[in-house]
Write a new protein. Structure first.
Length: 202
């Protein structure tokens, strides 16, 4: 959770109390490797999942990864964009690696909310080099099924505000504790890219 959200303990507790953050606690074991679904953070447009992997420790210079991963949301392949991988600073001395999945779907509000999710990992391997091939170390299958939470702490704002002296206007914004979704209008201007936000002042 700390890798994606910078928050105080009180703020983390608020997310848990309101159902944005939850702990799954389900484990799957195959060939001596145990994968446990841990913290999940979900809102209308964003889902962040953490897993702990115990029983597999690659050499220090090798980067571990699953050979294959399948995700199904409400029984379908997700239309959301996503990224995944092991944290490079995972504490290997304790025999535990942390694996994260981050999914975003800005085009459909509530895409993740309350939906059943299925995650399947297959086979464990490692990269000897960043641009190298993934080498198989251990065969196995680790599967998880649960349902995302449906809590909503979103605040919506109708703005219709121009951005400086550009042709771009901000029409609508939705803010949650973990994401921002903004609707722009840039008529007749294909050269102006929407600005990138790095923080919010309230």
């Amino acid at each position: 959770m700390d890798a994606v959200i910078s928050a105080t303990n009180e703020q983390k507790q608020l997310l848990q109390d309101n159902g944005i953050s939850s702990f799954i606690g389900k484990s799957s074991t195959s060939n001596g490797i145990t994968v446990t679904a841990g913290q999940t953070i979900v809102d209308n447009y964003f889902a962040y999942l953490t897993f702990e992997v115990e029983g597999y420790i690659p050499e220090d210079e090798y980067q571990p990864d699953f050979m294959d991963m399948k995700i199904r949301i409400d029984g379908k392949e997700p239309e959301a964009s996503f990224s995944s991988g092991f944290l490079s600073d995972s504490d290997r001395h304790d025999g535990i690696l942390e694996y994260n999945i981050m999914m975003m779907m800005s085009a459909e509000k509530g895409y993740f909310s309350g939906k059943p999710v299925h995650i399947e990992f297959n086979n464990m391997g490692h990269y000897m080099e960043k641009a190298g091939d993934l080498t198989l170390d251990t065969t196995g299958t680790w599967t998880f099924d649960w349902a995302f939470g449906s809590a909503d702490m979103t605040e919506s704002f109708e703005l219709n505000a121009e951005l400086g002296d550009t042709d771009v206007s901000v029409l609508h914004a939705e803010l949650s504790p973990i994401s921002v979704n903004i609707t722009y209008d840039a008529p007749g201007n294909d050269k102006t890219a929407p600005p990138q936000f790095i923080g919010i002042r309230r």
